[in-house]
Design a protein around this ligand. Structure first.
Ligand code: GUN
Length: 283
């Protein structure tokens, strides 16, 4: 068997066409969704991600601006900048690109963002709402993963989902969203012993380990759904995931590729959250 590929780039394109219409309707009512992105320092990868976020916003008609602060910026100055944006009614979404320089405490920055403008879904209030299943901003990568599964009508309820990785941005929240969809969820991580004994039980396997092409068919149950969240650059400059795609696809029923998999969905869900922020959380 060869798995069906879930193409995140194509799905993103379709979702962006829908969002263009949503934004047009909001603009007709005099409301232009606006995203402000803050970047501190000049990490080239962060700059490239931020450019991608602004380009995608532009594609659907969301206006955006970028506040670039030097790496030497104090935490106090950053918090002050965020406070001004919290109080600016023309700003609907605020995104502080991570990672931040070492002298700035990330947790202080995240809690300083007004939860109603937290389009990353990183604020503890929004994480709490996600855990209780309330309507809120969902973190973009996990939200994108669930959207990919649903786009193929993949059954989640009653399935055993195994999540490899426990980061605050991907592993922990994607497990929670799968639980909210009534999956039975197991988390595995760097301290898990006998990883294969868990992965071989997975109906849905989410791989967010940061280990280049580590997962091959020997970890996978026949017919499993494989979601690869890894983004690793090979020596030749090309991108690959945490899953060995060519080997895994022979055993899986569905699989996400890298590139053109989860990556494009992350930005697309940020746009969804920004439109939601412009409408107001309950809208
Ligand atoms: N750095 C890497 N991924 C993300 C993300 O999703 N949001 C923010 N703010 N920073 C990131």
């Amino acid at each position: 068997m060869s798995a069906e590929v879930i193409n995140g780039k194509e799905l993103s394109y379709a979702l962006k066409q829908e969002m263009k219409e949503d934004v047009k309707l909001l603009k007709d009512k005099g409301l232009t969704p606006h995203l402000t992105v803050i970047i501190v320092g000049d990490n080239p990868a962060s700059k490239s991600y931020v450019r991608g976020k602004q380009k995608a916003s532009d594609e659907v008609g969301i206006s955006s601006d970028l506040i670039e602060l030097p790496a030497s910026t104090s935490e106090e100055k950053l918090l002050q900048t965020i406070e001004e944006l919290n109080n600016d009614p023309s700003v609907h979404g605020i995104l502080v690109q991570l990672p931040l320089p070492d002298h700035i405490r990330e947790e202080n920055v995240i809690v300083s963002i007004d939860p109603s403008k937290d389009v990353d879904g990183f604020h503890p209030v929004n994480i709490g709402r996600m855990m209780t299943g309330e309507d809120t901003f969902l973190p973009c990568t996990p939200y994108g993963i669930i959207t990919m599964l649903k786009s193929k009508n993949i059954e989640i309820a009653g399935k055993h989902a195994v999540v490899l990785g426990r980061s605050n941005i991907v592993g922990k929240p994607v497990g929670q969203l799968l639980l909210n969809e009534n999956a039975t969820v197991t988390y595995c991580h760097s301290r898990t012993t006998d990883l294969k004994s868990f992965t071989k039980q997975a109906d849905i396997l989410i791989v967010a380990l940061g280990r280049t092409e580590m997962i091959d068919e020997t970890y996978i149950k026949e017919g499993a759904v494989i979601v690869d969240v890894g983004i690793n650059r090979l020596d030749d400059g090309s991108l690959t995931g945490d899953v060995n795609f060519d080997r895994a696809k022979e055993t899986a029923s569905y699989i996400t590729p890298v590139p053109r998999g989860v990556g494009p969905m992350t930005i697309t869900m940020l746009l969804k959250n920004t439109i939601k922020a412009a409408r107001g959380l309950s809208g």
